[in-house]
Every structure is written in C-alpha cells, then in structure tokens.
Design a protein around this ligand. Structure first.
Ligand code: BGC
Ligand code: MG
Length: 543
C-alpha cells in the first residue's frame, strides 16, 4: 500500500519569523513553534509546511540560504528542529520543510568559492557570463524584485545571474555536480525524518544556456503579486530565463530520492502566468513530484467562482493525471480576506466560507497561518517595512510584510502574546480582536468553524480524493460543485456575497441525505431542489 497521506491533505503554512517567539528577541523561532504545535494539531490539519529556518543573512528572510544543513541561530539550533519534528510526529502532524534550490545566499561557501576567480573547483556552480564589449550585462533579463538579473563581480571580471536579489546568486543547475550536491542536502533532512519538501521557485531552476534576450511583451502582465502597474519584470516574455524544459528532469531526480523513503512527498511552488499548465507538467505521471501549487487563486480583487472553477478544470484537463494543490494565501501575497473581501468590508464570515471552499476543492489545500483567524493584511508604515521588494516599490506597493506580521495569540496590545520583546513587524491593533485566545471562547469564531469543518471533512472521504463537477450558481459569487468518490456524492455550495441567495440544484443534488457540515448562522437549507443560503452561506452535505 502506498502511503499517500498528502493526497487531499490540509497543509498549514508556518512562517517561522512570525509564529511564536520563545526568547523575547521579537522574532519567532523553532522552540516557539514547538510550543504551539498542540494548537496546530487542534486545527485538525494533516501537515505543517515550515518556511525556511536555515542559516541565512536574512536579506530575503531566509529564502537566501547560507547553509542548507543548519538552523539559523535566530531560530534556534539543529537540536531544536529535531525536537520540533519529534513532537509534531507524536501529535500526528507531518512536517514539510522549504528547500530553496534555485539560488543560495551570496554568503554560502559555494558562492564564496565560486566568486573568488574563474578557475576554482566551484567556478561553474553559478551562472557566470562575460560582459558585453561595452561593459553592460550579457542580456536583458530582469529580476523579479527589480533591476537587471545580473550583477558584476570584480574578481572574476564577470557578471553573475540572480532571479531575485543580487544577494541571491542563481545556482547553475545545468551542472551535474550542483544537482548532486543539492540532492545531498535534501537527503540530510530525509534521513532526519522530515516528511517532505516544499520546493521554492521551481520555475527558476534552469535558464537557457544561449543567454538569448527575452522578447518584450506586448502588454505587460496585468497583475503580478497584486502589483497592478507595470514593472520591468512584467514587460518581457520570460522564455529564456524561466520554465526551461530541463526542469522536469531534475524534478524526477528529486522524486527518485523521495521514493527511497516511505511516505515522503514533494510539492512545487510554480509561479508565473502559465502556472496551472506548468504545475500539471511538474506532477504528471508517477515519476515527477507528488503535487504542486500555483498562483492562479492568489490573485484578483474579488472572490470569483469562475476563477476558481476555471483553475480546477484547467488543471484537470491537462495531460498526465497529476494531483493539484491550491492556496488562497501565503507569505508572498496580500491576505485573501483583504484581497477578496475589500479594504473595509473584509467580513469574518467570508473567511469561514473561503476556508471551507478551499478545503473542498479537488486537490491538497494550503492554509497560511492566520487565515484560520480571518486576519486581514496589515498596513505597514514606511519606517517599519522590512521586505526589500517593498522598500523598492514603496509607496506604490508596500511589499510582502502585510501578510507576515506576527500571529495574534492574545489581546495584549502591541505584542499579542507573540513575544515578550518588540515584534520585528508591528502587530495591528485590529488583529488583537481576532486573537486566538478570544476565538477559542466563541464556538462560531472563524477558528472554531474552521476546526469544525476539518473535523467534518474527515468523515467524508469523497472530499479528500473524489472527482469534482462544477455547476452554475446564480452569479459569479456562488461556487457550486459536487465531489464524487467511492459511493459518496457531496454537494458543496458557497456564497461569497453578503446577500442571502437561492441556488437551483441539478436533479440528483436536490435531496440531501446523511451528515451535513453544521456551520451555525452560515448554514443553508435545501428544499424542493433549491438551496437557500444566508449571506456568506455554506451548504455541504451528502446527496
Ligand atoms: C518565495 C519568496 C522568495 C522567493 C525567492 C519565492 O517564491 O516564496 O518568499 O522571496 O521565492 O526565494
Ligand atoms: Mg526569538
């Protein structure tokens, strides 16, 4: 029997800097996470994805790794991770760690050596190229965070490539020695017992070795990380620096390594416009990754049933029968409630409805810390902004700090039970009102309704692995589908609007039977082939 625990799992993302601080330095850490594992287990989720906690100069808050095998002192020690892993396993939680294989920090010993001169043992481990005769960079590639993808290095008299910050040099994955070394780093953690990897920036793994220019885009990408104005990165077609066909070969190598262990998994982060198609490619068949998530539902300004149904259908229509993953929020984007709920009217009821919808789609669901509390995105004053991307685009865009503020555990103003010191990012006063301590006491809080939904979902296997069939609701604010698996059919209706509504049901769905998800004031009723839903209503029941 294959151990496919990840199929249809609910995976909770922890951003270590902002989950729980155990030592009063204002920054979350591993012992803090360990202390809160019972809370995570109480949600009923299957697994935890930990964003990077490795040794790092933190220029990109850990996505710039200086040592893949050690914990940054800010987060604790390697032993603290082993304790965390053991406790998580004892609580029935899997642990997925974040592997950043596309690039390292410029402080990584590999880059230190590679940049020394042109003929050291690691000379070919990064992407080096001569300047053009006029001294300018080898081509026109632009980095995600702004500016050219190339920075000059005096000692080598060459440029090195970086898809992100200039302190994140791109590893040359065309070099077999580099791929080998990376697999070895991964093996270190598998031997320790981690249950899987979230693979960062997989679309940036390779580049076209001819270093040909990217062509300009006719129309800049309309919305990129909720930046809705053109930036140089969105003005070109990334055909030569991103999503190069070689990627699949390396994903196969990662899969082969994972398959040497029991019950381990790999989930790819797939950015970019063709995210759904690429994600499907990366998980097609049984020798590529187990699953992948893309950014198609991490966009837009309002909840759209059409957007969600299209994404799920488009994935399903791709060749290869792979298993998708979906997320509405993560540490890189505006929190879903602010994005889809509007600046001022983000309603906690919508938070519940979105969580239930996310965890009902065909795929594995990624829930970002604080999403279970219905948190909105924080507005960060300029002098507190930490994200270099935000500093670059301020005041037009504040960067990614708004979703990275610390978890509000208690009502304590300013600290919210997260730290005994000064939090590294301000905790909005509005978040205190949504803190865990308060929500624990209210059976109809977002937190408790999320728990109730996950508990109910566990009794309905079709919601985990069943097929999905969408049907039209009265408008784009109604997501309607049936999940079918084994001999179960589950009717799922979600009203993303603040108005009560009626949904006409297709024939067989008109007569619900068996257990329903009890969502209190949000619960719809079905009578004579029609569902009546309250504002932000939910109706999930066997039919
Ligand atoms: C991560 C980001 C990070 C980038 C570079 C991503 O896609 O999620 O947080 O800045 O990769 O590593
Ligand atoms: Mg700390």
């Amino acid at each position: 029997m294959k151990n496919e625990w990840w199929r249809g799992a609910v995976i909770y993302q922890v951003y270590p800097r902002s989950f729980m601080d155990s030592n009063g330095d204002g920054i979350g850490d591993l012992p803090g996470i360990t202390e809160k594992l019972p809370y995570i287990a109480s949600l009923g989720v299957d697994a935890v994805w930990l964003s990077p906690f490795f040794k790092s100069p933190m220029k990109d808050f850990g996505y710039d790794v200086a040592d893949y095998r050690d914990v940054d002192p800010m987060f604790g020690k390697l032993g603290d991770f082993e304790t965390l892993l053991k406790k998580a396993h004892a609580l029935g939680l899997k642990i997925i760690i974040d592997l950043v294989l596309s690039h390292t920090s410029d402080q990584h010993p590999w880059f230190q050596e590679s940049s020394r001169n042109r003929d050291n043992a690691k000379a070919g481990w990064y992407v080096w190229a001569d300047p053009r005769p006029d001294g300018t960079p080898p081509n026109n590639w632009m980095s995600v965070f702004g500016g050219p993808s190339w920075t000059y290095n005096v000692r080598r008299g060459q440029y090195y490539m970086h898809n992100f910050l200039d302190s994140q040099p791109d590893l040359n994955l065309h070099n077999p020695a580099v791929r080998e070394a990376l697999l070895d780093e991964a093996k270190f953690w598998l031997d320790m017992g981690v249950d899987g990897f979230r693979l960062d920036a997989t679309t940036q793994y390779f580049y076209d070795r001819t270093l040909a220019d990217n062509p300009p885009r006719e129309h800049p990408e309309p919305m990129f990380f909720n930046i809705d104005f053109p930036v140089p990165f969105t003005m070109q077609e990334h055909i030569n620096d991103i999503s190069i066909p070689e990627t699949v070969g390396f994903l196969r190598d990662i899969r082969a390594l994972l398959d040497r262990y029991d019950g381990r998994m790999g989930v790819a982060e797939v950015g970019g416009e063709n995210g759904i198609q690429l994600a499907a490619q990366f998980v097609s068949g049984s020798d590529r990754l187990h699953t992948a998530y893309n950014f198609s539902l991490i966009t837009g300004r309002e909840p759209s049933a059409g957007l969600i149904a299209d994404a799920v259908e488009t994935f399903k229509a791709q060749p290869g029968k792979g298993w998708p993953s979906w997320a509405f929020s993560n540490h890189d984007v505006v929190r879903v409630l602010s994005r889809w709920g509007g600046e001022s009217n983000a309603d906690p009821r919508l938070a519940v409805t979105l969580l239930a919808a996310l965890c009902s789609l065909r795929g594995s669901a990624f829930v970002y810390q604080g999403e279970e509390l219905g948190l909105t995105d924080a507005v960060i004053p300029y002098d507190r902004i930490q994200d270099p991307w935000g500093k670059y685009l301020y005041p037009e865009w504040q960067g990614r700090d708004g979703c990275r503020t610390p978890m509000p555990w208690t009502e304590e103003p300013g600290r919210a039970g997260f730290t005994a010191g000064d939090p590294w990012l301000p905790i909005p006063a509005a978040h205190n009102a949504h803190c865990v301590a308060l929500q624990e006491k209210d059976p109809h809080s977002v937190l408790n309704l999320f728990r109730a939904f996950i508990a109910w979902r566990k009794t309905v296997p079709a919601l985990k692995t069943g097929e999905i069939e969408f049907f039209d609701g009265p408008d784009d604010r109604h997501l309607c589908f049936i999940r079918r698996g084994g001999n179960q059919d589950v009717l799922c209706l979600f009203n993303f609007s603040g108005n009560a509504s009626r949904v006409k049901l297709p024939g067989e769905a008109g007569s619900p039977k068996g257990t329903a998800f009890e969502s209190g004031a949000l619960m719809g009723i079905v009578k004579d082939g029609t569902a009546t839903l309250p504002a932000f209503g939910i109706f999930c029941q066997l039919v």
